[in-house]
Design a protein around this ligand. Structure first.
Ligand SMILES: [Zn+2]
Length: 284
């Protein structure tokens, strides 16, 4: 499952390949993936148009031209691969975008949970896919710690009892902190994942926000080169996997204190923590 760092790495690579280049052929091999593809609108945005920006919002890749934006989401198993036009077509290739210099971007998605859609430049905030998304954790104009502190202390009855782990993974609060990165940031910040989000102090949120930003940045850097073409995700966190301190390390020694990492289940998802340095009682 591609997470924010993998998508960000892909966007960086795509920026280098696409900026200033023109789409000469736009082909679709099926008319629907998760939803029907608005083929006519997508062609209006891409065909014969020059790419003037490639950006990301949440896990959406956004390709901008003078006539609009095409959004791409990889879903569970999607890949957006840059390759030479002569390369054989992989199974489950649903779209092929051919550029002026002879390279192609191909959208391959066996399970078809991905999305390809078009929007106007002024729709980024209001489009249904984006309207409810929380802040970008790496946006330098956002104070992540203040945002998390304020949101966690709002008296929304249904949400005030949430654990910090579930709170971080809520994409309407902050995007891109999936299960892996929530577990890793909490370990780095020495915060027990079962603690109530509303009970953490402002000081703890400052520390936690720092860890979230660091862990995402390191993961992006680890994926920066090798994920450029996004070939080998297969649900693994890629090169960053070697750097993981708790995620998937049940019964292995904590890299900080050597206590054995524990796995619990929160909201149906596996959660990993060190029972000693992330003790439920530790007030930090
Ligand atoms: Zn420990």
């Amino acid at each position: 499952l591609p997470e924010l760092p993998e998508v960000e790495s892909l966007v960086c690579g795509a920026r280098g390949n696409l900026l200033g280049h023109r789409f000469e052929v736009v082909e679709f091999y099926r008319s629907d993936i998760r939803e029907p593809i608005p083929i006519k609108q997508v062609k209006t945005v891409l065909l014969g148009q020059t790419v003037n920006a490639v950006t990301r919002r949440g896990k959406y890749i956004l390709v901008h031209t003078a006539t609009g934006i095409v959004g791409i989401h990889l879903g569970m198993s999607g890949r957006f691969i840059c390759c030479d036009a002569a390369q054989p077509m992989a199974k489950h290739t649903h779209a092929v975008l051919t550029l002026d210099q002879g390279i192609q971007y191909r959208f391959v998605d066996p399970r078809r949970f991905g999305r390809i859609f078009a929007l106007r430049a002024d729709e980024i905030e209001s489009h249904p896919f984006f309207a409810r998304l929380g802040v970008e954790p790496l946006d330098p104009s956002v104070s992540l710690s203040e945002h998390l502190f304020v949101m966690s202390h709002k008296k929304l009855r249904s949400k005030s009892s949430r654990t910090i782990k579930q709170f971080l993974m809520d994409s309407s609060i902050v995007v891109g902190v999936g299960n892996i990165y929530a577990s890793e940031s909490l370990w780095r910040a020495k915060i027990n994942p079962a603690r109530k989000a509303s009970q953490l102090t402002r000081h703890q949120y400052v520390h936690l926000a720092r860890q979230i930003i660091d862990v995402l940045t390191e993961a992006i850097n680890a994926g920066g080169t090798s994920f450029r073409d996004y070939r080998d995700i297969d649900g693994k966190p890629g090169y960053f996997q070697q750097s993981l301190a708790v995620y998937g390390r049940e019964t292995k020694p904590c890299k900080r204190c050597t206590a054995l990492i524990r796995r619990t289940v929160q909201g149906g998802r596996s959660t990993y923590h060190c029972p000693v340095c992330q003790s439920a009682k530790s007030a930090d």
